[in-house]
Every structure is written in structure tokens, then in C-alpha cells.
Unconditional design. Structure first.
Length: 904
């Protein structure tokens, strides 16, 4: 194998290093268009490749091998493989290189095996992604052996001389987190401009670059969510543009693609987001940059939803391209110049010739420099000079042509002063006004249209089109040379699509904590606004297209509003629901944890229920037979692929309660279940015990976990059991997100809302002048009832502060019940009647409180309104106080339960 020179290695470092200067240039973020997806006969798309004829090759184990599609997306043929295929690449001669577990086979275009790489079976522990360089050498990622093996075009191992201990002699890389080490690498690609290899280091959440001899160059990416951070990168591809090379990295965990300036290592944009609509992705596993049509390149993505998702990538306009022309890029030229000479330069694929022609009398000198080329231009004409740059493949004759231009303002003249006021680069408002300053007496045009000039200012109203809008602004003045500027504004006025998973409106539950979850589909980051009984909760971030939180209910009817809002203010329609909380309703649970992913369609649902209840269960809207035995119920069901909603309703006498859970079944995907804490668990703040999440997944799968977007440490056992220590959490609702990934890239995800309640009771202020009037703190809900139901007209709320005034209200004093509840579920119904509490135990009554309650119960003194709010705690229903308007001996007993340490 030919070794690169020291000069080549140094140049490669300069070209790719994020700190490179001088020749470094800003790459324009690509404009992306959602294209129709390809679905024909696709089952489980895994990895992709393309050939020089524009065909697409997809490995699909469920389809039995390899699917071949034409450039139009229609299925051309299928190739059956003896073993499940994983990675794939296509040689210059049209042979297919396919990884299949412990071996890699080279097949003819018809699927006939020619030979295996190296020793054949057992050459690899888990062969995955494959890359081929310009010389035809083969590079194969071994995901389980944490290395890359190198072979000649004929399949012979290439000894590199620097293999790690215990690794094949033809490999580079070892297991670990340091630079040059791997943790389950999955994909590899050859970047032709630098001649380097990009290895997707999945569990280290990065892409590492190496020379073809295995020397480490640089790393891009780090663990996490957001720009230049990856959860589970699975594939990498490169696309050349007029301003430089763009690296595209697909992330299975975030279900999106990040476009990155390869020269500077800077983030450009996100492509795609989690969801099932146009341009949406669900656990994507690979991608390629398809430049067969040089004028209309596209990204082809293996989408875990069961299709090939296509994105059109806009690059500078080209003309005269034929066939699969050589890659050509041009360094940025100035929009305007006072000079009469400049240099046009760029890069081109090897074995290609660059030729430049001018539209004016400008003289173009000889093109020199090989793959990094340049040409001097002299005698620029005033006005617009257009240059057609054409690259011709010396072997095939295929060409790629790009048109560039520069505006010459006049030799040496002062440029017209022109400024452009800042505008948002992303907005939801179509009506915009471009404006700025200019030399008085100037004329200003925007995209060739006249702007309004008044003295030293100019303005130009415009209506944006959906997507990217580019404006070229030019200013001219008789006393100066012309000036120009450009700005880009992207319009996104599309509202998020919100799907809320909630109990049906009008349902009754016996659980005080209600889970509100769902999905949001949008191209931009989103938050979810939830309002409960008129009180707004803190905005909830959407993580990987999903959200989940817990809200506390008050006894009786509860109104719940849910709305999604994206980063530029687009709002979804509000989902409104009414849920009744009745602690006396039958206790009902569903045994399968909410959000579980199961490996089999056959599932027996189980749960518990109050004795004597009848139970009805539906799965995806279809009723199923239920067997009830004492306090338990069961129902065998057969799940359809996808997510199924389970609704169970228990009825006991005149009371009923409903419970809900969702279960996902994806054939081939790993199982994933969160056992604890349960979806409706309420954790007390300030407790000494550490909070831990436990559950199970398929043995051998990897598990990624985040809490409120931050990565977590996962303790994963060989049998698939896992535990995740969380420590002491802050008060409020926290979103736990888990994703299980198997060696084939299949995944399963689950969300869990973990609610930490503040036991501090809400502050209540009694009006000294009016014992029938009180107020509570901001955000606290007042619930006022008597034996006839809610007392109307007694509560008013101004700026979030609620006030109760019973002076003019109609109510039954003997059964009056007033309860104050915080958004985190803390209530005045805690049995604390005296000002002093037990040290370190907020909201916990002591013996003094029980004695005061006994005095009131025996008639020794009367109870005030505030004392009733704290001491009227009996009877209990499922651990929840059901106040009856008085403090009697039953309340004393219930308070004493807390005094001696027993829970309600």
C-alpha cells in the first residue's frame, strides 16, 4: 500500500483542522427540500451505497438481502444473501462489498460471491460499515473488535505496522475513549478531497478522521444533544459545494442529520427531525450523498420508519454537467470589487482537468495546481463578469460546470457607504422590511427592484416565501463606486404538529398524579405549554420529538390545556381535556409500564383493581376479554406493529376510574422496560435515599439515557438489567429519555416523567378584619366545596394570586371544605395545626397538632377556617384526605398516623 508523504499528511491536517486559517472559508449552509420517500418492499433499512450509474443499494435483513433501486427510486432488483447483510459498498467495477457478521463478501452485480476478504469466516467479530478509497483499497469497521481493517482491492489484508495489542495486523484502532480509540464504531466513509477516512465512533458520540494508514488526524463531535453533539451517530457522508465540503452526520438517537463545515468544523444546520411525516426521521441508520445528478444532489437516508427518506440539497447553480461528473468546488469570490484582477481557485477530484471561460473581455490565465487548482484573471470589465468553471474527467469525459460572477465597481474608486440593519435569520413572520443607511443621493436595489431612499436611509418591504429567502442589495452613487451586500432570511410559519397522550376527556381517575405526554413534529426546537385549572406550568422542552410530565389534580373536575410552541413562536392548536379526580373511585393499575417496548406481539396484560370491581380493557380502540380474580385482572392481547394505547376502566357500584398506558411493538427491535419509578410515582423532595431508575432491555443492547437533556451514567448488566442513579433531584417534573440500540442499529425508546414534590404547604394569609376572607401565594389553586359540590363565586384570581371571600357566597357551613394546592401537589391538608413543626420534616404534624385537633373534636374550642384547611383530613381514600367540613375524632386518628410515622 502506497504511503502518503509527510507533506501530504501536513496538508491534510491544514485542510481539515478546525483552527486552519488563510485558505479557510465559510461554507454556506445548504438549502434543504423534502423529497418523496422510497418505500417499495423496504422492511428494515440498514446501510446504503451508490454506484456511478445512479443506482442505490440498501441492505435490508427483513427483505432477505439487498434491494437495488434506480435513481428514480423504483425497485430494480433484489439480491438474496445467505446471512443478514449489514454494511455495503460498490467498487469502481460494479462489484458489491457486503459485510455479514464475521465475514465480508465481494459479490458480482448479480449477487454471485467472488471471494471473501482475508481469511473469510471469522476475519471479523462484527463487520459493519465499509469504505473504498480512490485506489480501490477496502476499509471495514469491526463494531465489536473496536477497530478498522484494511484490505487490497483483491481482498488481501494490508499490514499497517501499528496494530493494537491483540488486534489484526491489518487494523488500526483499539477500545477506549481516547483519540484514535473506538467504542462500537459503526460506519466509515472516504473523503476524497483530503484523502482521509471518517470513522463514526458511535458510543463515543463523535466522528474521527484518519489517514489511510491509520494515523489519527482529528475528531468532530461530543456526547450530548444539540449542535456538534451526538447521541448515537450511525453514518457520515460528504458533499462538495462551491464554498467547500459539507459533512453530514446522521444521529439515530436525535433522529436528525447535522450538516458541518468540514474545513472549520463549525455547525451549519440540522436536517430532519423526529416524526413520521415528510422530512421526518425515526431512528435513522445510514445516509449517502447522492450527486449522480450534479445539478440536483440529494441526501438519501435509511429511515428506521421503513423507507428511504430523501432531501434535496441546493448548491450553486450549474450548467453543462453531464453524467456523474467529477467533484468540483470553488473558493468564495467577492460580491463586488474595485480591482481589475483576481484569482479563481478551488478543488477538483483527481484525474480531472479544470477549464475556465469568461463572459467579458477578462483574460483567464493557465489553471495550475492539480486537485487544488487556481487560475489568475486580469482585465476585469466594469459591471458583472461571469465565469464558467468546468471540470472534465480525463477518463470518462464526464463534466461538472459551475457559474460564478463578480461585480467590478471601477478601479480604485471609493465604495458607496451601505449598511443593512439586522434582521432575524429565522422568523415566523412573512412581512419584513429590509432597511439600512446609504450615502444621500444614492439609489438602492434589492434583487434588482428599487428600494425607497429617503435622505441617508433606505427601506424595502417584502413578503417572505416559505423557506430560505436570499436578498442581494446594491447601492449606486455618482460620486462613488457601487457597493453590494447580501442577507438570508428563512421563513418558517408552519405550526408544530401536536399529539397528546392523555386519558380521554371526561374520564375519572383515582390517581392524583396524571401523566401528560405526547409527541411534537416540527423542523425547529419546541416547548410544550401545559395549563392545569387555569395555572400555567413551566414550559416543558421537547426531547427527540417527545415530552412527558406529571401534573397534580385536585379533587373533582380538572381542566387541562396543552399546546406546542416552536422557537420562532409558531403555535399548535390547543388540546383541551377535562379529567375528574375521585380518590374514592376504584383503585386501578396496568402492570405493563407505560412507554414500554416489547419484543413479541403476544402479550398478557395484567393489573390490580379494588375487589368487587368490573374491568373493561381496550387496545388501540378495540375491546378485549378480561378476567378478574379478586384484586387482579388479566387480558391476553395480540399487538399490531407500532404503538398501541391501552385503556382500562374499573367500575365499582356507581364509581369508576380509568387508567392508560402505551406499549410499542417493533419486530426486530430490542425490548425496553422502565420498572421503577412508575409513571405515576411521586417522590418527596429532600429525602436522603438516592433516586434510581431500574428496568430491563434485550441482552447485548446498548442503552443511552438523558435526564432533562443531560447524559446519564447507565449501569448495564449482561442479562439486560439496568440501573441509573439520579441522586437527589430538584423539585418539579423531570423527563427521563432512554434509547436501546442493538448491534444492527435497531432501537427502542421510552420516556418517563419523574415528579419530585415539594412537601412545603402553600402559604395562606387570613384577613385579620374578615375571618371569612383569605388569600394564597402565586400559582396556588383554591378548591372550595360543600356537600352540594363546588361553591361558586367565592374565589377570584388576579395576576396568579387567588383570594377567597365567603362573605357573600352561598354555602353550607357544616360541610364547607377549603383546600389550597401548589402546582407540585403540596396541600394544606397535612394535619399541621400549630405553628411549630418537627425539625427537618416540613409538613409533618407532631403530637401538639394531634392534641389541638382533639380539643376541637371534643368541643373544648371551635376550629377556625385556617385550622380546618389543615386539620380536616379524614376520611382517607387511597391515601388522599376527603374533607367533610369538620374536625372530629376520625381526624385525630389520621393525624396520629403521621405523628407515629405511618403514611396515609
Amino acid at each position: 500500500m502506497k504511503m502518503p508523504s509527510l507533506t501530504t499528511l501536513i496538508l491534510s491536517l491544514v485542510l481539515l483542522g478546525p483552527l486552519a486559517t488563510g485558505a479557510a472559508r465559510a461554507v454556506v449552509p445548504p438549502t434543504v427540500t423534502n423529497l418523496p420517500s422510497v418505500t417499495e418492499q423496504i422492511g428494515t433499512p440498514v446501510r446504503l451505497a451508490g454506484d456511478t450509474s445512479g443506482n442505490l443499494y440498501l441492505t435490508d435483513p427483513r427483505a432477505g438481502g439487498i434491494l437495488v433501486f434506480g435513481n428514480d427510486g423504483k425497485l430494480v432488483r433484489s439480491i438474496t444473501t445467505l446471512k443478514k447483510p449489514q454494511g455495503i459498498a460498490v467498487t469502481a467495477s460494479g462489484d458489491l462489498v457486503v459485510s455479514q457478521g464475521t465475514s465480508v463478501s465481494v459479490l458480482s452485480a448479480a449477487g454471485v460471491e467472488k471471494f471473501k476478504l482475508g481469511a473469510g469466516q471469522g476475519q471479523f467479530k462484527m463487520a459493519n460499515g465499509i469504505a473504498i478509497d480512490n485506489a480501490g483499497y477496502l476499509y471495514v469497521v469491526d463494531s465489536l473488535d473496536n477497530c478498522v481493517q484494511v484490505f487490497t482491492p483483491q481482498g488481501a489484508p494490508v499490514a499497517l505496522g501499528g496494530a493494537g495489542a491483540g488486534k489484526p495486523v491489518n487494523s488500526f484502532g483499539t477500545a477506549g475513549k481516547a483519540t484514535g480509540q473506538f467504542s462500537q464504531p459503526s460506519a466509515i466513509a472516504f473523503e476524497p478531497t483530503s484523502g482521509q477516512l471518517a470513522v463514526v465512533d458511535t458510543l463515543n458520540s463523535r466522528v474521527q478522521f484518519f489517514t489511510t494508514t491509520g494515523s489519527f488526524v482529528q475528531s468532530i463531535g461530543s456526547p450530548g444533544l444539540g449542535s456538534l453533539k451526538f447521541g448515537a451517530p450511525q453514518g457520515v457522508a460528504f458533499g462538495a459545494t462551491a464554498s467547500g465540503t459539507v459533512m453530514y452526520v446522521v444521529d439515530a438517537f436525535q433522529s436528525n442529520i447535522q450538516a458541518i463545515d468540514l474545513t472549520s468544523g463549525s455547525f451549519l444546520r440540522v436536517i430532519g427531525s423526529y416524526g413520521k411525516g415528510s422530512g421526518k426521521l425515526v431512528v435513522p441508520t445510514d445516509l449517502i450523498y447522492d450527486a449522480f445528478d450534479a445539478r440536483n444532489p440529494r441526501l438519501v437516508v435509511a429511515n428506521g420508519f421503513g423507507n428511504l427518506t430523501l432531501f434535496g440539497i441546493e448548491i450553486p447553480a450549474s450548467s453543462g454537467s453531464t453524467g456523474n461528473g467529477p467533484a468540483l468546488s470553488i473558493n468564495t469570490l467577492p460580491l463586488a470589487t474595485n480591482l481589475t484582477a483576481l484569482t479563481i481557485s478551488g478543488t477538483v477530484a483527481a484525474n480531472a482537468t479544470v477549464h475556465i471561460t469568461a463572459s467579458t473581455s477578462a483574460l483567464v490565465g493557465a489553471v495550475t495546481g492539480g486537485t487544488t487548482w487556481s487560475a489568475p484573471v486580469t482585465g476585469l470589465a466594469l459591471g458583472t463578469n461571469q465565469f464558467t468553471v468546468t471540470a472534465t474527467d480525463n477518463t470518462s469525459g464526464a463534466t461538472t460546470s459551475t457559474l460564478v460572477s463578480v461585480f467590478v465597481t471601477g478601479s480604485g474608486g471609493a465604495v458607496t457607504p451601505l449598511t443593512v440593519n439586522a434582521l432575524p435569520s429565522l422568523t415566523a413572520t412573512a412581512a419584513q422590511t429590509l432597511s439600512g443607511t446609504v450615502q444621500p443621493g444614492s439609489t438602492v436595489t434589492v434583487n434588482g427592484n428599487a428600494a425607497t431612499v429617503s435622505g441617508g436611509t433606505w427601506s424595502y418591504p417584502t413578503t417572505l416565501a416559505q423557506g430560505l429567502n436570499t436578498f442581494q442589495i446594491s447601492a449606486a452613487n455618482a460620486s462613488f463606486s457601487s457597493a453590494s451586500a447580501s442577507i438570508n432570511i428563512t421563513l418558517n410559519s408552519v405550526a408544530p404538529v401536536l399529539d397528546v397522550a392523555l386519558l380521554p376527556s371526561g374520564s375519572t381517575t383515582s390517581n392524583q398524579l396524571l401523566t401528560v405526554s405526547g409527541t411534537v413534529s416540527d423542523a425547529l426546537p419546541c416547548t410544550v405549554r401545559i395549563t392545569v385549572n387555569g395555572q400555567a406550568l413551566p414550559a416543558l422542552p421537547v426531547v427527540n420529538g417527545s415530552f412527558s410530565t406529571g401534573v397534580f389534580l385536585v379533587v373533582g373536575s380538572n381542566s387541562i390545556d396543552v399546546q406546542a410552541v416552536d422557537s420562532v413562536g409558531n403555535q399548535s392548536a390547543t388540546v383541551r381535556s377535562s379529567i375528574n379526580f375521585a380518590p374514592t373511585a376504584p383503585v386501578l393499575t396496568i402492570g405493563v409500564p407505560d412507554g414500554s417496548s416489547v419484543p413479541s406481539a403476544a402479550l398478557t396484560l395484567t393489573g390490580s383493581v379494588s375487589a368487587g370491581s368490573t374491568v373493561q380493557v381496550s387496545v388501540a380502540g378495540v375491546s378485549v376479554p378480561v378476567t378478574v380474580s379478586g384484586n387482579n385482572w388479566s387480558a391476553p392481547v395480540t399487538l399490531a406493529p407500532g404503538t398501541s394505547t391501552i385503556l382500562a376502566t374499573a367500575t365499582l357500584g356507581s364509581l369508576s376510574s380509568t387508567a392508560r398506558a402505551s406499549v410499542s411493538y417493533d419486530p426486530g427491535a430490542p425490548a425496553l422496560t422502565i420498572s421503577a419509578p412508575s409513571q405515576n410515582a411521586i417522590l418527596a423532595a429532600g429525602t436522603s435515599q438516592a433516586v434510581s431508575v431500574t428496568g430491563t432491555t434485550t441482552p447485548g443492547a446498548n442503552l443511552l439515557a438523558t435526564l432533562d437533556g443531560a447524559n446519564l451514567t447507565v449501569n448495564l448488566a449482561a442479562n439486560g438489567g439496568f440501573s441509573i442513579p439520579l441522586g437527589n433531584l430538584a423539585v418539579g417534573s423531570h423527563t427521563l429519555s432512554l434509547t436501546a440500540l442493538d448491534a444492527l442499529g435497531n432501537s427502542a425508546s421510552a420516556l418517563r416523567s419523574i415528579v419530585v414534590a415539594d412537601p412545603t404547604p402553600p402559604p395562606v394569609t387570613l384577613d385579620a378584619a374578615n375571618p371569612l376572607k383569605l388569600s394564597v401565594g402565586t400559582g396556588v389553586t383554591l378548591v372550595v366545596r360543600d356537600k352540594n359540590g363546588p361553591v361558586t363565586g367565592a374565589v377570584s384570581t388576579v395576576n396568579g394570586v387567588s383570594t377567597l371571600d365567603l362573605s357573600g357566597a352561598s354555602y353550607d357551613p357544616a360541610s364547607l371544605s377549603v383546600t389550597a394546592v401548589t402546582p407540585t401537589g403540596a396541600t394544606t391538608r397535612n394535619g399541621v395545626l400549630t405553628p411549630s413543626e418537627i425539625a427537618g420534616q416540613v409538613g409533618v404534624p407532631g403530637i401538639g397538632d394531634a392534641l389541638e385537633a382533639l380539643k376541637i373534636a371534643t368541643g373544648a374550642r371551635q376550629a377556625g377556617l385556617l385550622e380546618k384547611m389543615h386539620g380536616d383530613v379524614a376520611p382517607l381514600a387511597n391515601g388522599t384526605p376527603i374533607p367533610d367540613g369538620k374536625i372530629d375524632i376520625e381526624d385525630v386518628v389520621v393525624i396520629m398516623m403521621r405523628v407515629v410515622g405511618k403514611p396515609w
